[in-house]
Design a protein around this ligand. Structure first.
Ligand SMILES: NC(=O)c1ccc[n+]([C@@H]2O[C@H](COP(=O)([O-])OP(=O)(O)OC[C@H]3O[C@@H](n4cnc5c(N)ncnc54)[C@H](OP(=O)(O)O)[C@@H]3O)[C@@H](O)[C@H]2O)c1
Length: 249
């Protein structure tokens, strides 16, 4: 059994990789830093392949697929991603383009290429790590929220197609709220509400995937999810605006 996890050098990605390894999976772990990956995974069971690639560069997504297309990957976890906070007119455009390339384009390309193979052989799972941010617009973190919304909607659309095809291939989308990781330092935010540990978040994501959940939500986000479905958009925008403006100070 083989699992490919992007963004596995820290946080949720690392803990998902460790958890999958404890379940008997050989790992293919990707980040921009092979040295870190080699150190982190040296005590793991079975075979671990560490791969250094910047997935915000389109050509590297194709490189990753070309390298692994004959490895019979069972699970693809698209996880590598980051955020950025601030007023849209003041945030840095190049950072946002990198974010769009990583959070959207890399997920899209890898999902397309691996899912096409998975559907031909009629097995395999894709777990896309999105966020609660994917269910609403997010003033003062507008680009990040929009990227996650793309991933939620892409995953839901594909899931319906797989159902129509009676495919055994599954796709899940993980939508956590705050998780204690390096995310906050990269995004320049601090969370004002309780965060999950990345170990707990990883366990919820992987267990949810194996029970064929389409949308995987931690318990602490179920009420928030419900509220995004029943609240008027004006109210969601006002609340998010207040929360995010404070979080990005
Ligand atoms: N933490 C939260 O509160 C939270 C909440 C909801 C959703 N999420 C989502 O969870 C996912 C994981 O984030 P995290 O919280 O675990 O943050 P993290 O600890 O910062 O991990 C991000 C991972 O992505 C990798 N990465 C970043 N840029 C990359 C690139 N260009 N190419 C390849 N790999 C890259 C990083 O490795 P290198 O730097 O070594 O390349 C690292 O392994 C993200 O998609 C994030 O949006 C996080």
């Amino acid at each position: 059994m083989k699992a490919l996890i992007t963004g596995a050098s820290s946080g949720i990605g690392a803990d998902m990789a460790y958890y999958l390894n404890s379940l008997g999976y050989d790992l293919y772990v990707v980040s921009r830093n092979k040295k870190t990956l080699d150190k982190m995974y040296q005590g793991c069971y079975g075979k671990v392949t560490t791969i250094e690639l910047d997935l915000s560069k389109e050509e590297n997504c194709y490189k990753l697929y070309d390298r692994l297309k004959d490895e019979h990957i069972d699970i693809l976890v698209n996880n590598a991603g980051f955020g950025d906070a601030g007023n849209f007119t003041e945030t840095v455009l190049t950072k946002e383009i990198d974010m769009i390339n990583l959070n959207i384009k890399a997920y899209h390309i890898l999902t397309k290429l691996f899912l096409t193979d998975f559907t031909k052989r009629n097995y395999g799972r894709i777990l896309n790590v999105a966020s609660m941010a994917g269910f609403m617009p997010g003033p003062y973190m507008a680009t990040y929220y929009a990227t996650k919304s793309y991933i939620v909607n892409l995953s839901l659309g594909i899931a319906e197609e797989l159902k129509d095809m009676n495919s055994k291939v599954k796709i899940s989308v993980f939508c956590p709220g705050p998780v204690k990781t390096n995310f906050v330092n990269v995004a320049h935010v601090h969370f004002n509400i309780g965060s999950l540990t990345s170990t707990k978040a990883a366990q919820i994501a992987i267990d949810g995937m194996f029970t064929d959940k389409l949308i995987i939500l931690p318990n602490n986000m179920k009420i928030n999810y419900f509220l995004t479905k029943v609240s008027p958009m004006k109210m969601i925008l006002k609340i998010n605006s207040m929360v995010q403006e404070r979080a990005s100070k």
